[in-house]
Design a protein around this ligand. Structure first.
Ligand code: NOJ
Ligand code: CA
Length: 709
């Protein structure tokens, strides 16, 4: 008996020592860190007393030294609280609050010559972030990662919005299913034209969005992915357990580390309100403040481009000729032009004229440089040199012409996945841009990566994208990357990395179509990591219009395309349709001309992943507000409130609505535009067609005209 009491006493003491608890500033979230059997670090998380993450192990397996998985003891624990505000260079709101409680657990492996590993937890009101840290120390300098063993042991068979794990592509359609159904659906979900390296064991990508049966929303992703591979999540569909799966390099290794160092943050955003998931700034808060001292040259960009005509109109191509075996250094003026080249001086001038007449900042020109004849699918290292234009594209003349109209030409650097070639030419390419008046570049990584064997998501490539952003900054150039690793909030640290694609974007409307629900999921998944160059604004949704024999449709109403400017946050927004279509739908186009792309504030009015989203935003430094609402394949009535407008004033709201008969697959281009007078207490019930939307621009009513009423 005496012995038993003694054992109980000691185990209680050791639990007390080994268990560390912390709550969020508002007390709704609580977490526990505990050393489990064999000194294995574990954590758990609950929200309003409901389990979010049940006891889950933490650790890192290594190739060359003993693993960081067991035999830990707690050396020291430090606690801290932070509550501060900061202002992003561009963003959904002018001021962001960073408020968390922090727990730093310093662990020691006495049986490994006293090696230490720290785990830093930050608990916010909207979720948890944690990372592994390896301080500089005598007996640990370098190590190679075999796998990170972070578990997310979920409390039930949650509904999950997921895309298959893939080391090279995020351009999948979403599947919505229970966790337990993922194995049965994986094969179907993986069929995709851009899937390049689906992960062999069962895995899904982050940000992964889940909803529990009792209405909790849980989002798992990562923040500040630097010098480390991206994380996918292995799925244990029987035990509802997710676990980290890092992207390997050609040797199969998953990260080369040198102390002093740390991993990216693992993030779990939680709320019982879907609107709060969209409002969360946890991922940005976990990124470092901007690394640049001068950010005055980083500006929002609204642009058009020689682009959509390549996808739908059948009239033009990136390539200049029909030759299909070209080499860098060839004399392209000797090739017979196909007559279909899109990036001609003359055609670009038309776009520049349109941009100037309608207030756009820039014109993206794709297909301006030599090499497009055999750029795709050949795993060729030297495809583009980024400085040699096709014979019919006059760089100097276009620079002069665009500058005279106050418009920028946006550079395009498609690398065809050859990052080695791009890195070698980066300085020359950016200098060429600076010399010719370009201040923004769209980069692209279509195809298999070179160095061969690396992946879009591997540590080498993660460092490459950051190197591109940092080098671009030296030349005051903004970067919009396509096919790069999914974003993790690094737009805070490197704000010139202004936007990314890293998901299935509008181009797929011309390549088989997107499900009407796709864009009700993206803000809960891909956009949690950062702004997306979704390329909205297709007003000619019926693609048979072009007479190319295609019966394809853009699977939205025309008005839903307008709403995207508000629901898909990005300080870089394209009006992706062709100028002639904007001229034909001038009254609807007015919204795209007016809409702001940088904001003082954001109000998430309604949201449910997979179903609908309604957002209102206030323009940066302007008394103008914009509302966007979208729905999936079901028609719905949006309940739009205006209580964010200053009280006691009258406002004019211009409402762009789906026509009565409009839906994504019938009469999609039917719409109405009406003006109404509103105040902060007004309420609007607006019907959205199936696959439809609503867009509203709001201005203070002119005092004089009000007096006259
Ligand atoms: C894929 C990009 O997403 C698209 O926008 C671009 O036009 C092509 N690659 C060619 O670079
Ligand atoms: Ca793409």
């Amino acid at each position: 008996m005496y012995k038993f009491v003694l054992i109980c006493f000691f185990s209680l003491i050791s639990t007390l020592i080994n268990a560390q608890e912390m709550t969020s500033p508002n007390g709704q979230l609580s977490m526990t860190f505990k050393l489990g059997a064999n000194g294995t670090p574990t954590y758990q998380l609950s929200y309003k007393k409901k389990p979010v993450i049940k006891s889950s192990t933490l650790g890192i397996e290594t190739v060359d030294v003993a693993s960081f998985t067991t035999s830990f003891e707690i050396l020291k624990v430090e606690k801290n609280t932070v509550d501060e505000n900061w202002n992003p260079v561009m963003g959904e709101q002018k001021t962001i609050r960073n408020n968390y409680n922090e727990l730093l657990v310093k662990l020691i492996q006495k049986d490994q010559k006293n090696r230490t590993m720290f785990i830093r937890f930050r608990l916010f009101n909207d979720g948890l972030g944690f990372r592994y840290e390896f301080p500089k120390q005598e007996n640990l300098k370098y190590f190679t990662i075999k796998e990170e063993n972070t578990e997310f042991n979920l409390a039930g068979d949650h509904k999950t919005f997921w895309i298959p794990g893939d080391y090279d592509s995020n351009e999948y359609a979403y599947t919505t299913s229970k966790l337990s159904e993922i194995p049965g659906l994986m094969k179907k979900a993986t069929i995709d034209i851009h899937a390049q390296q689906p992960i062999k064991n069962l895995a899904i990508q982050t940000p992964s969005m889940m909803k529990t049966d009792d209405g909790l929303y849980i989002n798992i992703h990562e923040a500040s992915l630097i010098n480390y591979p991206a994380m996918a999540l292995n799925v244990d569909a029987t035990n509802f357990k997710l676990s980290s799966h890092l992207c390997p390099d050609p040797m199969g290794n998953k990260g080369y580390m040198q102390t002093d160092t740390h991993t990216p943050w693992r993030t779990i955003v939680v709320s019982d309100k879907a609107t709060e998931i969209l409002a969360s700034k946890l991922i940005l808060n976990l990124n470092d403040p901007t690394a640049y001292t001068d950010v005055s040259w980083i500006k929002p960009v609204k642009y058009i481009g020689v682009w959509w005509e390549y996808f739908v109109a059948g009239k033009s191509t990136w390539a200049y000729s029909n030759e299909n075996n070209v080499k860098m250094g060839d004399d392209f003026s000797k090739l017979a032009p196909s007559g279909k080249h899109g990036a001609t001086t003359q055609n670009v001038k038309k776009y520049v004229d349109f941009a100037a007449a309608n207030g756009f900042d820039a014109v993206l020109v794709e297909g301006w440089n030599v090499g497009w004849e055999d750029w795709f699918g050949n795993w060729k290292e030297d495809v583009f040199d980024f400085v040699t234009p096709y014979p019919d594209f006059d760089v100097k003349e276009l620079h002069r012409y665009a500058a005279s109209k106050g418009v920028k030409i946006m550079m395009h650097h498609e690398t065809s996945g050859s990052a080695t070639n791009y890195e070698r030419r980066l300085d020359t390419a950016f200098k060429f841009m600076a010399d010719n008046g370009y201040n923004a570049v769209k980069t692209g990584y279509v195809g298999k990566i070179i160095p061969r064997g690396e992946h879009h998501d591997s540590q080498w490539m993660v460092n490459h994208y950051i190197n591109v952003a940092k080098t671009a900054a030296k030349y005051k150039i903004m970067v919009n990357s396509h096919e790069a690793v999914r974003p993790t909030g690094l737009n805070r640290t490197y704000p010139n990395w202004i936007a990314q694609e890293s998901a299935r974007g509008t181009e797929f409307e011309a390549m088989g179509g997107l499900a009407p629900e796709h864009t009700t999921i993206l803000p809960f998944t891909r956009l949690m990591g950062g702004p997306m160059d979704y390329t909205p604004g297709i007003l000619q949704t019926e693609l048979s219009y072009y007479g190319t024999g295609s019966s394809q449709k853009v699977n939205t109403t025309l008005v839903k395309q307008l709403a995207y400017y508000v629901t898909m946050y990005s300080p870089l927004q394209m009006a992706a349709d062709m100028p002639e279509n904007y001229t034909r739908y001038a009254d609807a186009f007015q919204f795209i001309k007016d809409v702001a792309i940088d904001w003082d504030d954001t109000y998430i009015l309604e949201a449910e992943p997979g179903d609908y989203i309604t957002i209102a935003r206030k323009a940066k430094n302007k008394n103008e507000w914009f509302v966007g609402g979208i729905t999936d394949e079901n028609s719905r009535t949006a309940n739009i409130t205006f209580n964010y407008l200053p009280k006691g004033k009258k406002y004019e709201a211009t409402i762009y609505a789906d026509g009565k008969d409009a839906s994504w697959n019938k009469n999609a281009q039917s719409y109405t535009v009406r003006k109404v007078s509103i105040t902060s207490t007004s309420k609007l019930k607006q019907v959205l067609g199936a696959g439809g939307g609503v867009a509203i621009s709001i201005k203070e009513s002119d005092a004089k005209s009000l007096n006259g009423k």
